[in-house]
Write a protein that binds this ligand. Structure first.
Ligand code: APR
Ligand code: ZN
Ligand code: ZN
Length: 360
């Protein structure tokens, strides 16, 4: 029997989000219904509301979530009712050319539930990033559920998006290893997770750069050895100064702007790596001298979702959290209800939170 539950939608461009009744079908083949426990508020939800992703309104927002599998459809073997799971928005197919090459974290054919959740009048909803988790129960592809050890859902659910993206940008994409010098430009939820990742991986110099002193203070907590306020100090000079005049081995850009990307480009050592995990808007352009791109060597990389493999990375990161080696609690600034999402967008905009987390 389809169920009717409360969920948060964005009905039209720029309009405030609304709590409404949503009809959730029973899971079909390869699908699962998950009772959501928590869902973090991410920039991408706001981008959907503002029409920055596409025009397929109404959107069912929310995608950074943990919950309990309630029911599974035919042929589902990877999860079962009662499993505690974190949802991911890149369920790998196992068959595309990336998967065939043994690089499933690049999967070019990730999938979502085939059936649609709807309003009570039958209007089909577009779930944010193929999830839609500001809702009591959601329908996803079973491959979007990763079983993890029991833990505080508000904390570990953040691995479903921003925190995984930042951690993976440093560790998976940047390949940070022991003894490395790392700089992270932009220390919101994503950048601070990159700082934490660099620390877990054994980097010995971790330089946090932001224009907001509050974020720099938090970066210290996550493992930054040095901080630079780039509103008042030239970050390229500062990073070079802190690395023997050379620049950092790995620089993570977690803002998504041309000026910060250029800073990252010039702040790395010869043969170093720049990782872009901040998501630029489509109008942004960078201009770089080609001789510098050649002469500096190394790699300019992008990080999709931290180049993560949920089945490999989520359980491992939950273990590190449970062992006290990765402080996911410190990303949870506040716990809110389904009706508080507009206020959470305002706080995000004002830089007051790392993450607001909706509890259901
Ligand atoms: N230089 C340095 N830091 C900056 C600058 C700048 N010019 N402009 C903004 N920042 C800082 C902000 O002060 C803030 O701390 O970047 C940080 C951005 O953090 P959040 O707004 O919390 O965003 P976050 O969730 O961390 O995401 C960062 O990654 O996944 C993408 O879409 C996401 O593009 C966004 C980026
Ligand atoms: Zn997100
Ligand atoms: Zn694939």
């Amino acid at each position: 029997m389809p169920q009717t539950v409360k969920g948060v939608i964005s009905r039209a461009k720029g309009a405030d989000v609304e709590v409404v009744d949503v009809v959730v079908p029973d899971p079909g083949p390869g699908e699962a219904v998950v009772a959501i426990k928590t869902c973090g508020v991410c920039h991408t939800d706001l981008h959907y509301r503002e029409g920055g992703i596409n025009d397929d309104y109404p959107f069912l927002l929310g995608h950074e979530a943990a919950g309990t599998v309630e029911a599974v459809g035919e042929g589902v073997t990877e999860v079962a009712p009662g499993d505690f799971v974190i949802l991911n928005w890149r369920a790998v197919c196992g068959q595309c050319r990336a998967c065939a090459k043994g690089k499933p974290w690049y999967c070019f054919d990730t999938h979502n539930a085939k059936q649609k959740m709807t309003l009570t009048d039958g209007t089909e909803l577009t779930p944010a990033l193929g999830i839609g988790a500001f809702i009591e129960k959601t329908l996803v592809a079973a491959g979007q559920c990763t079983k993890v050890p029991e833990a505080d859902a508000a904390a570990v659910g953040l691995l479903g998006c921003g925190v995984m993206a930042g951690f993976g940008a440093a560790v998976n994409t940047g390949g940070v290893t022991r003894g490395d010098s790392v700089a992270v430009i932009g220390c919101g939820g994503v950048g601070n997770a990159a700082v934490a990742g660099a620390q877990v991986a054994g980097a010995t110099t971790i330089i946090a750069v932001d224009i907001d002193d509050r974020k720099l203070e938090q970066a210290r907590h996550f493992g930054a050895t040095h901080t630079v306020n780039s509103a008042t100090t030239d970050p390229v000079e500062a990073i070079r100064g802190l690395t023997g005049g050379n620049g950092a081995d790995v620089v993570v850009e977690a803002v998504g702007r041309p000026e910060t990307y250029e800073q990252a480009f010039y702040a790395r050592d010869l043969a170093g790596t720049v990782v872009l995990v901040g998501v630029p808007t489509p109008d942004k352009q960078v201009t770089l001298p080609m001789i510098e791109i050649f002469g500096r060597g190394g790699a300019l990389k992008s990080s999709w979702y931290g180049d993560c493999l949920p089945s490999r990375d989520f359980p491992m990161l939950v273990e590190l959290y449970k062992q006290g080696r990765f402080d996911l609690d410190a990303f949870v600034t506040e716990r809110i209800g389904l009706g508080d999402i507009e206020a959470a967008f305002d706080k995000m905009h004002a830089g007051e939170v790392l993450r607001s987390v909706v509890e259901l």
